[in-house]
Design a protein around this ligand. Structure first.
Ligand code: BGC
Length: 414
């Protein structure tokens, strides 16, 4: 009894001393394109409506590589932002370094174990505790196509890589850019991993990117993957180097290019520009529809001091998995809810396909985590893979040489 009294007194004291603190969060993210900005605004609005003070800390640069450098510098200088958009292996790495706050209390209160699929729980838990909260699931292996442009050469969205090459050749012959691409390592890696899945299949993908099996990395299958990458190189326009991904999406919107291979954040761009799925643009999984490459954004809460900041983190963490928020945010972002059992009625056909394919591939073992988007690899290993992919894409390196180098570089990076 005595201890109960003492603990409730302590709780009262804690409440009294924090009553004046305004929940505050500095939020580090890289959502700066049209669709991304709309989605992050929805989170800000919800947070502010619940009394929170949002300090926006955006770092431009798709894929988050620029933000990663800012985060490292902030943590090293002892001044981490309260909430950071990170994912996959990065979450585990920061948790291992002791930098992340334990979100167990919020997770238990809102029953995260019951509402999150196992694939996401595995990403955001460290040693059994939640250290991040997932916002969404983004599928990576998509083609976004302009149907009017494809119709000019009487083509449909390709379903095999052979068909992809045939359609691309037809487009090229008609003076149309077949593939809108931005030459940045993470975008090269995005295309590459869809080719690895399509040509190698999910087991090969896992051997190469999860197990980092040298025999898979330097295999005949990988040589075929690089052969396809060489073909793809011939289907992009000369101005591709350095182009941002959303500018590539805009090329498809404007009908300057026929297709883009990109995750469904591209859909957020189409929607933000008022384009209608099925009419102005179409989505299809990349050839050969053999699996599902999963990417999921999360917010990790870094250890910070001060009642206002700690309360801000709790508030943010409690909002993100709410049903209403999950719907609003994901409709804008192009992704699908992280939360299971959501009503699908407001989501378009691309999102419904993603939700259904995710369930199906999770059951049959063909759901894989993205390498380019740091779900299964990050840091030095991902860097080593992207280096070879980008070097091959921008030179006349042979496919054999590229596969050999891939295995060597990955071995060195481990
Ligand atoms: C993130 C998306 C983001 C995209 C482009 C991906 O890695 O998961 O949320 O929109 O990069 O920046």
């Amino acid at each position: 009894m005595k201890s109960v009294l003492l603990s409730s007194a302590a709780a009262l004291f804690a409440l009294a001393s924090t009553a004046n603190a305004q929940p505050t969060a500095e939020v580090l993210h890289y959502w700066t394109s049209g669709g991304e900005a709309k989605a992050v605004q929805a989170l800000k609005k919800d947070f502010e409506a619940k009394g929170g003070k949002w300090i926006d800390a955006p770092v431009a640069g798709g894929g988050g590589d620029a933000q990663a450098a800012v985060l490292r510098a902030r943590v090293l200088s002892g001044d981490p932002p309260a909430a950071v958009q990170i994912k996959g292996v990065n979450i585990r790495d920061w948790a291992e370094a002791g930098a992340l706050a334990d979100l167990s209390a919020v997770a238990n209160k809102y029953h995260w174990d019951d509402i999150l699929p196992k694939q996401l729980q595995d990403i955001v838990k460290y040693e059994g505790h939640y250290v991040a909260v997932p916002v969404n699931v983004h599928r990576v292996d998509w083609i976004w196509a302009n149907p009017k442009v494809l119709a000019k050469v009487d083509a449909k969205v390709p379903t095999t890589w052979e068909e992809f090459n045939q359609v691309a050749e037809k487009l090229k012959a008609a003076g149309i850019i077949p593939l809108a691409h931005g030459g940045q390592p993470w975008q090269d890696g995005t295309v590459f991993e869809t080719v690895v899945l399509g040509i190698g299949g999910p087991d090969f993908y896992k051997k190469a990117f999860v197990d980092l099996d040298p025999e898979a990395l330097n295999s005949d299958t990988m040589v075929k993957v690089f052969d396809e990458m060489r073909k793809i190189r011939g289907y992009v326009d000369p101005d591709f180097p350095g182009r941002d991904w959303n500018l590539a999406t805009a090329m498809v919107m404007r009908g300057e290019a026929a297709m883009q291979i990109m995750g469904d954040w591209a859909k957020g761009e189409f929607l933000a520009a008022g384009k209608v799925p099925g009419k102005d643009f179409i989505c299809a999984s990349t050839p050969s529809d053999k699996g599902y490459i999963l990417n999921s954004d999360s917010f990790a809460m870094f250890k910070v001091k001060g009642d206002d900041l700690v309360q801000g983190q709790q508030l943010l963490a409690s909002l993100i998995l709410g049903e209403k928020f999950q719907e609003t945010f994901n409709l804008l972002k192009g992704s699908v809810p992280a939360r299971m059992g959501m009503d699908q009625s407001k989501f378009d056909s691309c999102a419904v396909k993603s939700m259904n394919d995710m369930k199906e591939t999770a059951k049959n073992g063909s759901l894989v985590g993205s390498m380019a988007h740091e779900i299964v690899q990050s840091g030095a290993v991902r860097g080593a893979i992207l280096d070879v992919v980008t070097e091959h894409f921008n030179s006349d390196m042979s496919s054999k040489e590229a596969a050999k180098k891939l295995a060597e570089n990955v071995a060195l990076a481990q």
